[in-house]
Write a protein that binds this ligand. Structure first.
Ligand SMILES: [Zn+2]
Length: 257
């Protein structure tokens, strides 16, 4: 028992020490470093709460990161290992969280990949089961697509999806929308393109330029990209897209957080 408390005390001191570095040159740090330090602070606050230490606003003045905009990176039509995996690696290396609008059929064929997306802190959302145009041909078909995808995602992650993006950005009839709302879904579209699904040979430079052109002067940006077959250019463009928004001092967000 004594050992446990010694260990706890060491941890406590260590975490507290981080506040020294934290207080001195906080404003000189870049936003990434600020976020890491703020995370340490939150962990420390949780520990203080557990120990019953009273927190005062004086001790823990809130330093806020000021951003110039918000960007949601979204990936549709996956997961497909060859493309989703390097995308996850890049996101992790940059400490960026994104939203993946997945197809139920691919979730079922590779549930462990969907689990990885979920476990790495990204939002797993629904993009229908088959992505076929026929899903809109009858309300019954549409409902089945939603329910089957929901089951696939829930089986893979243990959690129900809360967001849906209609394939082709289809304008849904009211009864379809009502059905989604009743099941707890929010419909998410996009306002920035990478054009990574256009036909022809695409380059990462083209995707980055399209993102730049279509996000111009927008303070809240939702970028649509694809982590599916033949999207090597998306994999290759992602780092430069992240760098672009970071340089513009945008905050990276995911749906549901
Ligand atoms: Zn799609």
């Amino acid at each position: 028992m004594k050992r446990f408390f010694t260990l706890l005390l060491s941890f406590f001191i260590l975490i507290n020490m981080s506040s020294v570095a934290y207080g001195t040159e906080f404003n000189d740090l870049d936003n990434n470093a600020k976020e890491i330090l703020l995370n340490i602070k939150y962990t420390r606050n949780i520990l203080f709460n557990l120990l019953g230490v009273e927190l005062t606003t004086e001790t823990f003045a809130e330093e806020e990161i000021k951003y110039d905009g918000v960007v949601y990176l979204t990936f549709d039509d996956g997961p497909v290992a060859k493309f989703t995996e390097p995308i996850l690696d890049t996101l992790k290396a940059n400490n960026v969280k994104a939203t993946f609008f997945e197809l139920g059929q691919y979730v079922n064929s590779n549930p462990s990949l969907t689990k990885r997306v979920y476990d790495e802190g990204h939002t797993v959302a629904s993009h229908s089961y088959s992505h076929k145009k026929e899903i809109y041909s009858s309300f019954e078909k549409f409902k089945k697509e939603i329910i089957d995808t929901e089951t696939a995602i829930e089986n893979a992650t243990g959690a129900k999806p809360k967001f849906f993006r209609p394939p082709y950005g289809y304008k849904l009839p009211q009864n379809y929308k009502d059905f989604l709302a009743e099941r707890g879904y929010e419909i998410i579209l996009w306002n920035c393109e990478s054009n990574d699904s256009r036909s022809g040979k695409l380059t990462p430079e083209y995707c980055l330029q399209t993102v730049k052109d279509t996000s111009k002067n927008k303070k809240e940006v939702t970028v649509i990209m694809h982590d599916t077959y033949n999207k090597q250019h998306t994999v290759d463009a992602l780092q430069s897209i992240i760098d672009y928004f970071r340089e513009l001092n945008y905050e990276f967000k995911q749906y549901g957080e």
